[in-house]
Design a protein around this ligand. Structure first.
Ligand code: FAD
Length: 303
């Protein structure tokens, strides 16, 4: 109930304006978001690198209004890639196709993505593509599949909660896809997505097995200890080393576990959001954990 409400709030522009302009939220924003600028995300990546943890920079934003906005986002992603290479950081760049114009013109989006992937592969910076709400899944898969022919090193996020996902993965088996498996952060209707945590976790584990068998260098974007332990067991059972797959977590969440896993020899990477368009991202984090909501409400009353 609370999480449905927060996911509804994530899509509400009026609430967004009110909360965005309220300075009282600074404390909670900075817990989950590195800062407004790319330099803030790079600084966070540097700190993580010093602990043996990789970074994934993420320019916040949920779609653009026109192709000029998509071109701006492309320039910002290219700037992030150059800076990561120049500063020799262990960091990849994650992007949203809606920011590159997917909804406005998929062919322009594909061109924008191609330019980014060409520069990234030249500079040796890995790129990952986020998965957005279910209406965009078909188009995202299509653009990614075409791009992956030339750049098989790119990685795609896949959501375990969607009913279609096992079929989508089977359709990609021939290319041994590089996937970041996540549970799924969006409110989706019953006909499109599993609704209970138990079902989603079971599907996540089933798809973990699939990825070790049919994917390459799988990544698991989760803070759920049972899912992480499952991945560790399947890896060990199937002859994969601790560095042959990645455990990915979000900035500001379960830092203790990030460090413990790194010390145990696992490859860990943290997703570092930056930018001023933080509102929908923050609301999705609130939805995932009710205690965050308490922290959020306390910020509002200044406690
Ligand atoms: C690296 C990464 C990339 C992602 N990319 C995408 C994407 O492209 N598309 C997409 O739809 N989703 C994405 N997600 C979000 C994902 O779908 C889930 O919504 C999110 O990870 C919470 O699910 P969980 O697997 O951690 O399990 P949950 O069952 O939600 O959580 C397990 C435990 O983790 C901790 N935890 C989880 N969330 C929070 C939180 N917000 N605050 C504090 N503690 C928390 C709690 O201890 C909780 O008990 C990504 C997640 C990660 C880690």
């Amino acid at each position: 109930m609370v999480n449905r409400l927060m996911l509804w709030a994530a899509d509400n522009p009026r609430l967004e304006r009110t909360i965005h302009n309220n300075k009282a939220f600074g404390r909670i924003v900075h817990r989950f978001i590195a800062g407004d600028e790319l330099e803030d995300a790079l600084g966070a990546a540097k700190e993580l690198n010093a602990k043996g943890i990789g970074g994934i920079t993420d320019l916040l934003g949920e779609g653009v209004a026109d192709l000029a906005g998509a071109a701006e986002a492309r320039i910002e992603y290219l700037r992030a890639i150059s800076a990561i290479a120049e500063q020799q950081l262990d960091a990849s760049v994650s992007l949203k196709l809606s920011q590159l114009g997917l909804v406005i013109d998929p062919s322009v989006c594909a061109e924008n993505l191609a330019m980014i992937l060409d520069q990234a592969s030249e500079l040796g910076v890995p790129v990952e593509v986020d998965m957005e709400q279910s209406e965009l899944v078909e188009a995202t898969l299509k653009v990614f599949r075409e791009a992956a022919d030339k750049h098989p090193e790119s990685r795609l996020a896949i959501q375990a909660n969607l009913r279609r996902t096992p079929t989508d993965l089977d359709a990609m088996a021939a290319i041994k896809p590089r996937v970041r498996l996540v549970k799924g952060a969006y409110a989706e209707p019953l006909d499109k997505a599993l609704q209970s945590k138990k079902e989603v976790t079971a599907q996540f584990m089933h798809l973990t097995d699939w990825l070790f068998e049919h994917g390459s260098q799988p990544a698991f974007g989760t803070h759920d200890s049972s899912c992480i332990e499952h991945a560790e067991h399947v890896a060990a059972r199937s002859g994969f080393g601790k560095q042959d797959f990645e455990i990915q977590m979000l900035y500001g969440i379960r830092r203790d576990l990030q460090e413990t896993l790194t010390k145990e020899g696992y490859r860990v990477r943290v997703y570092i959001p930056y930018g001023s368009a933080w509102y929908p991202y923050l609301m999705r984090r609130m939805a995932e954990k009710p205690t965050n909501l308490v922290f959020f409400l306390r910020s509002l009353v200044g406690k």
